[in-house]
Design a protein around this ligand. Structure first.
Ligand SMILES: O=P(O)(O)OC[C@H]1O[C@H](O)[C@H](O)[C@@H](O)[C@@H]1O
Length: 560
């Protein structure tokens, strides 16, 4: 994408048309459904195994047609093809963006060669090594230094090197190997490592240090803490003696990184390291070697099904015409809601307890990607970008924050996600509990769309004085996503769906969704502040008055 091609989207005819429609068109969902018996079927789409019902969004034919014009004007398809082909669309870092290459099947045609790198070959070489390693750990052939099989895999990573693995582990936990569990240490808050390692047996623990750069303060600090914990624990029980540290680390530590030289400097044998490449962004890396903990605990078969799910969604995104391309349509509707209807946030509400970390995962994917205020040619954007994503699983959220969505003053578009078949068949007497659960899922989107009029409230004999408080305006936009079951493949499809939605929105806004410069300043300042916190008077004096007084408060109140 050359810079000269970039047009500020807000100056396009399609944008102007959408502005007019936002002024004039007033989609009323009650009326829209009453007038058009086919509304649900014409706005429901399949993408791989996902059924996506967009009909309860505030769109009509005119809005959709203008949104599709917007996608054409901004070259969504061309940029999509450029991304899949390995063009350097991450302009601020001059990198390709090729997370989609991580899920290309062996032998995919034509082969993907970028800058002379045979990407398919490299991806599958690493995958094969990960699978071979995972098989060894799972079979018990790989043991700790005292010969005992591994029971706990501790993944140490943060951001993209944590959120994806945790979310997927939580989602697919019933599929784990019966001897193996996973734990995740991410925070530099010492509580995290202390509590996660505290009750583990070092003899049966394998640590995966996961860091794309292998320089992230949290991860490297926690990795050192874990190494000390391991070696001290083994020494205390007489399991290792003088000169056996390296052997113990080799049996209990593996690493995942793009910086294999740094892995070696840390003291992890490169034989026990799995690489990936700078064209995989951290928040797009759960399907790279960053998923090693998953391949070990859930198994290579599950991991390859997971990858096949991503691929199925990639194929849909690549081949479906814009009019029925689900990531495109969802991305466009998000732009409509946030740029034209004034939505400030976007809720994602999975009706599946196993997806309880999915909203947190999506927060990094969406907000780190699209929280930008300059376009990829350096000019400032002229309208809002980057939706604020948040959410909790249903039905818990219903008893907490749904009130605001139903009757508050803000527009909160919501994605509802549910599965036809539950992970567990549970009955309460004759009642299938999953049906009760899904009844809530269906009821919520219905109530949000159609509300309850004052007359309907009155008809229930409610006292006139409280009729307004009991009226529901409705017309709150929702998307319903369903699939037969939360399988590894379906989870991969869901993640890829949101990756591509983010891409579509980023392309329309003209921003680089693949850098994250905003994270850098805080990281640097934290390092710079260390001497002041440790008591260096000159460093304390050099701070602004607020930071200085906070540091002084800390120094006066720290109990040791
Ligand atoms: O994997 P690492 O290099 O340790 O990076 C971990 C995370 O930290 C960074 O600050 C970025 O904001 C994230 O995108 C990244 O996923």
């Amino acid at each position: 994408m050359s810079e000269s091609k970039l047009t500020d989207v807000t100056t396009t005819d399609a944008w102007e048309r959408l502005d007019e429609l936002a002024e004039s068109a007033d989609v009323d969902l009650r009326a829209a459904f009453a007038e058009d018996a086919d509304r649900a079927s014409s706005l429901t789409f399949d993408a791989a195994d996902l059924r996506v019902d967009l009909s309860k969004n505030l769109v009509d034919k005119d809005v959709l047609s203008a949104l599709l014009d917007l996608a054409r004007t901004t070259g969504v398809e061309e940029r999509r093809d450029a991304m899949f082909a390995g063009e350097k669309i991450n302009v601020t870092e001059n990198r390709s963006v090729l997370h989609t290459a991580l899920r290309r099947p062996k032998g995919a045609q034509p082969p993907l060669v970028v800058d002379g790198q045979d990407v398919d070959k490299d991806v599958h070489e690493v995958l094969d090594r990960i699978y071979a390693f995972a098989d060894k750990v799972r079979s018990g052939e790989w043991t700790g230094v005292t010969g005992r099989p591994i029971e706990t895999v501790v993944n140490i990573g943060i951001g993209g090197s944590d959120l994806g693995p945790v979310m997927v582990y939580e989602a697919l936990k019933p599929l784990r190997h019966e001897r193996l569990t996973a734990r995740f240490i991410s925070n530099i808050d010492p509580t995290d490592a202390a509590e996660k390692l505290g009750d583990l047996d070092p003899e049966t623990t394998l640590v995966v240090v996961a860091s794309k750069t292998f320089t992230t303060l949290e991860t490297i600090t926690n990795a050192r803490v874990a190494r000390t914990w391991l070696l001290d624990g083994l020494r205390e029980r007489g399991a290792i003696g003088e000169g056996q540290d390296a052997e113990a680390v080799a049996k209990h530590f593996v690493a995942v990184s793009t910086a294999l030289d740094k892995v070696e400097e840390f003291g992890i044998d490169p034989k026990n390291a799995f690489g990936f490449w700078d064209w995989v962004g951290g928040r797009y890396s759960v399907d790279s070697a960053i998923g090693t903990v998953l391949a070990v605990v859930l198994g290579p078969r599950v991991f390859s099904e997971f990858l096949a799910g991503f691929r199925a969604m990639d194929e849909h995104f690549l081949s479906a015409p814009l009019e029925s391309n689900v990531p495109v349509l969802m991305g466009l509707i998000n732009v409509w809601d946030s740029n034209f209807l004034g939505a400030e946030t976007h809720a994602v509400l999975p009706y599946d307890q196993h997806l309880h970390r999915f909203p947190a995962y999506l927060q990094q994917l969406t907000m780190e990607s699209n929280g930008k205020s300059v376009m990829w040619d350096g000019r400032e954007v002229s309208d809002e970008t980057g939706e604020i994503f948040w959410g909790e699983p249903g039905t818990n959220g219903q008893h907490a924050f749904y009130q605001l969505i139903h009757q508050g003053t803000r527009l909160v578009p919501c994605d509802f996600i549910a599965f036809a078949t539950p992970s567990y068949d549970v009955k309460d007497g004759d009642q299938d509990v999953h049906e009760l659960f899904l009844a809530n899922f269906f009821a919520q989107t219905k109530a949000l769309a159609f509300g309850k009029t004052a007359d309907e409230v009155r008809a229930e004999g409610i006292d006139e004085s409280i009729v307004p408080a009991r009226t529901f305006p409705g017309n709150q936009p929702t998307t319903s996503i369903m699939a037969p079951k939360l399988t590894p493949s379906v989870l991969g499809q869901l993640i890829a769906l949101y990756e591509h939605i983010v891409f579509v929105e980023g392309t329309i806004w003209g921003i680089d969704s693949f850098d994250q410069w905003g994270v850098e300043l805080g990281k640097k300042l934290a390092k710079d502040l260390a001497p002041a916190i440790a008591g260096d008077e000159a460093a304390i004096k050099a701070q602004d008055s607020s930071t200085r007084s906070l540091i002084e408060y800390y120094r006066a109140n720290r109990a040791r």
